[in-house]
Design a protein around this ligand. Structure first.
Ligand code: NIG
Ligand code: FE
Length: 445
């Protein structure tokens, strides 16, 4: 099935790169008066005219895609960027044609950090927070993650799947096409496996790209010492998770009152022995040393980073680790926003994700995340755009498949309503209805 989307006012986010860092984060390569052809589940071709001033010299390379229909090396523009061949001629033979009516077509959002498999809600804690209790105080008196663990324990796998799927559907409708989902409300081998099986079922049921992270070390289970619990995570849970191939990544809540850098080191090492790459919760409530442990382990991402200084920045430079910030959690907990702007100015990349969870960020709205990035973290719209698409895809290991407009990538796309034809409008008009259609794997959702 071939679908042509024509009359696109702005085709935004063209890139063959797998992540963007530093100055490259200021650039979003675009074509005006464009078209894009979907063939099956992939982007097969696109074209259009250069916006005034040409495409910025971003990560767009000439060709490089084995899926280019002509197989030819396309020409370069005068600024070293790929100009699609036959740039204003759209293909004649297609099965369906969609008129974009001058609106924007962009990559679907990628959300590299969520906890959307949970049971019930923690609305009571929301009210406790309004009355003045902090996140750490609620956790210390047995609420928080332990509260969610109790609820999850009482919920059947089928019911957990049903509740979680509602969140996934909502996220896809809001334009998210790739979702990382963590366990971590089980805190026993049996319940952690239950969560991860639900994640697997979600992965098999939806067109969004889904990746699973084992976060057994989210809190110490009731009635256990931290030492015993860490041993259980390493010696019992990780082997059990690996035996069923239920996770892609291993994560730890490295934080005072939760798990120390030493615990984290042991758990990440145990995960690596079973082929699980590290991702990490680090520096949320304290300067914890978590970033350094994560980078040492070659973590794909270190996440939160509300509290970091020069030492953290220095150790991230030149690493494969994507600093990932979660402004929805800063907003909800009234915590500082990370220093994304400094990071980018100093040459680092940054990803933004939702942290969708019942305790610190009960929203998976990536457009809101983008708006917080612009308003509270002072990212430019282009920096925020790259942070919620390509860099977030990188932070969950899928930037070779999604996160930008590139030939051969999955056709995970947002077609906006008319009126949205600049990058800045996405966050500026952050409460105005924005989405006309979402395509995941080439199909409208
Ligand atoms: O990323 N900080 C730890 N984990 C989650 C919160 C989980 C919860 O409160 O349920 C987070 O914010
Ligand atoms: Fe989290």
């Amino acid at each position: 099935m071939k679908t042509l989307i024509k009359n696109i006012g702005l085709l935004a986010g063209i890139s063959d790169a797998t992540r963007k860092e530093g100055a490259a984060m200021n650039e979003v390569a675009c074509l005006r008066d464009a078209w894009l052809l979907i063939d099956g589940d992939r982007i097969s071709d696109f074209g259009g005219t250069l916006p005034e001033g040409g495409l910025p010299p971003s990560g767009v390379r000439p060709s490089g895609s084995p899926h280019h229909p002509s197989g030819a090396v396309p020409p370069l523009s005068n600024r070293g960027c790929y100009v699609p061949q036959g740039e204003s001629t759209s293909p004649a033979e297609t099965d369906a044609v969609i008129d974009a009516a001058g609106a924007m077509l962009m990559p679907a959002f990628c959300d590299s950090h969520t906890h959307i498999v949970f049971a019930g809600s923690r609305e009571q804690e929301f009210e406790d927070k309004i009355r003045g209790l902090s996140y750490a105080e609620i956790a210390a008196r047995g609420g928080g993650i332990l509260n969610s663990a109790d609820r999850l324990h009482e919920t059947t796998e089928d019911e957990l799947f049903r509740q979680s799927m509602e969140r996934v559907r909502e996220m896809m409708a809001k334009g998210t096409g790739a979702i990382e989902i963590k366990s971590g409300y089980g805190l026993s081998t049996e319940d952690e496996l239950k969560m991860l099986r639900v994640i697997r079922r979600i992965r098999e049921s939806v067109p969004a790209e889904v990746r699973a992270t084992f976060l057994g070390a989210h809190a110490v289970a009731r009635g256990m010492s931290r030492e015993d619990y860490v041993r259980k995570v390493c010696e019992e849970m990780i082997p059990a998770v690996a035996a069923e191939k239920l996770a892609d990544f291993v994560d730890v809540f490295c934080e005072e009152g939760f798990f120390s850098p030493d615990d984290t080191d042991r758990i990440l090492s145990a995960g690596e022995r079973f082929g699980l790459r590290a991702k990490l919760h680090a520096n949320q409530l304290h300067v914890s040393g978590g970033v350094q442990v994560g980078v040492r382990h070659g973590a794909l991402s270190v996440d939160h980073l509300e509290r970091t200084g020069e030492a953290e920045e220095e150790c991230l430079k030149g690493s494969m680790t994507m600093p990932t910030m979660l402004p929805g959690a800063s907003f909800f907990l009234r915590e500082p926003y990370g220093r994304a702007k400094d990071y980018i100015e100093h040459g680092l990349g940054v990803a933004l994700a939702s942290d969708y969870n019942p305790g610190s960020s009960p929203s998976g709205d990536m457009r809101f995340v983008m708006a917080l990035g612009c308003i509270q973290m002072r990212l430019t719209p282009e920096q925020a755009f790259n942070a919620v698409t390509l860099n977030s895809a990188y932070a969950m290991g899928v930037s070779d498949r999604v996160g930008s407009i590139a030939r051969g990538k999955l056709a995970n796309l947002i077609l906006t309503l008319p009126g949205f034809d600049t990058i800045g409008s996405i966050a500026y008009l952050h409460q105005t209805p924005f989405i006309r259609k979402v395509f995941l794997r080439g199909q409208e959702v």
